[in-house]
Ligand binder design. Structure first.
Ligand SMILES: [Zn+2]
Length: 119
């Protein structure tokens, strides 16, 4: 499932991504429910798609959310990020600046301090 993890590195990012599944799923269920009364079988298909979408969201969240995360404080803005263990490089949830881990697991700035201040 590692290919699915390319888009996010932290728990907060995962929640943001999977929320889309639930929003679409609930939307499709609502539309499907209305259409079932008007169109019959077509509404039933929408209901099914909506249910599958929500189910996919639940599975995705539970599979990917299972990996242990660690609390990391951003070296730029000191915000707390819940980062998955396998992640070596990520962008801070709050300030969006890149953070990497040193060999001993310390969160480090990727941007050079000099260039960072020069912005
Ligand atoms: Zn930050």
């Amino acid at each position: 499932m590692s290919f699915l993890k390319t888009d996010f590195a932290t728990v907060r990012q995962l929640e943001k991504k999977t929320r889309v599944f639930f929003e679409w799923g609930v939307g499709l269920l609502a539309v499907g429910l209305v259409c079932t009364f008007i169109l019959g079988i077509l509404g039933g298909v929408l209901l099914l798609v909506g249910a599958v979408t929500i189910l996919a969201g639940i599975v995705w969240t539970s599979v990917l959310g299972k990996e242990a995360s660690k609390s990391v404080f951003c070296p730029y803005c000191t915000s707390k990020n819940d980062v998955y263990q396998s992640i070596q490089l990520f962008d801070c949830d709050i300030c969006k600046r890149p953070i990497k881990f040193s060999a001993d697991g310390e969160a480090m700035r990727v941007l050079d301090i000099g260039t960072d201040l020069a912005r």
